[in-house]
Design a protein around this ligand. Sequence first.
Ligand code: KIV
Length: 290
Amino acid sequence: MAKVPSLDVFYRARRNARRVVVLTAYDVPSARLAAKGGVDALLVGDSLGQVLLGYDTTLPVTVADMLHHTRAVTRAGTGLPVITDLPYGSFHVDPRQTVEAALTLVREGGAQAVKLEGGRRRADHIAALLDAEIPVMGHLGLTPQSLHRLGGYRVQGRGDRAAAMVEEAQFLAAAGCFAMVLECIPADLATRITEAVDVPTIGIGAGAGCDGQVLVFHDLLGLLADFQPRFVKRYAELGRDAEAAIAGFADEVRRGVFPAQEHTYGEKNGGTAGKKSDGGYLGGLAGEEG
Ligand code: KIV
């Protein structure tokens, strides 16, 4: 039987004094690449609304969207814990609806936990999820689903708002969240929160004082050419490389250079149709005849 992915990396983070590395993933390739790169956990973020689905905000993302992508990520079989965002509207009405949405993502999607944005005002929803044995990750600071209330994507918790955010974080920890994301807040505040709570803090735009860090897959790899907020470090420029590769393909097709002999089937060229792969489409094609 396959090993069940565990959230232990979060439960033990403090004891082991080991920083937790989280990356978003939305499908099989992103999940497998993240796992091969050695991250500790995968977050199916509702950022998929922007990076995959072309929405301007995360607000239109539905439970069905999250389920579709969560299933793809868990199907990747990485063995890593998968945390899935509860999308906007799915945890704002009746706690029973919240549990239903989360159960869908856990039972049908295969996620180990859900993440929801906000603090004390989600108290009943967090309690209902925990009652249903669904681990909850909190999310404070710049919570993109609160975009209209916040008046834009802005750094949160500056000046006299800091103390309230520390209290919200203490509330989330006391309520039973196993970890919390701190997004776009001053580094000193994130350190203060990290010292004030007994569960790991996972930062994004929150400085180095957190217990771990999370980035969006597309940001880390430089897949979105025209988007680079201050908190993103690009570790590659795959968007630029992809454009160059596609331009190379288009050029070679137009000049009649591709496909070459080695990409072409003859009446008899033996079992050299392709290299065996671990699950490419058409089953890897290796040795196909007929
Ligand atoms: O949706 C998302 O990808 C997130 C991360 C940025 C934390 O919530």
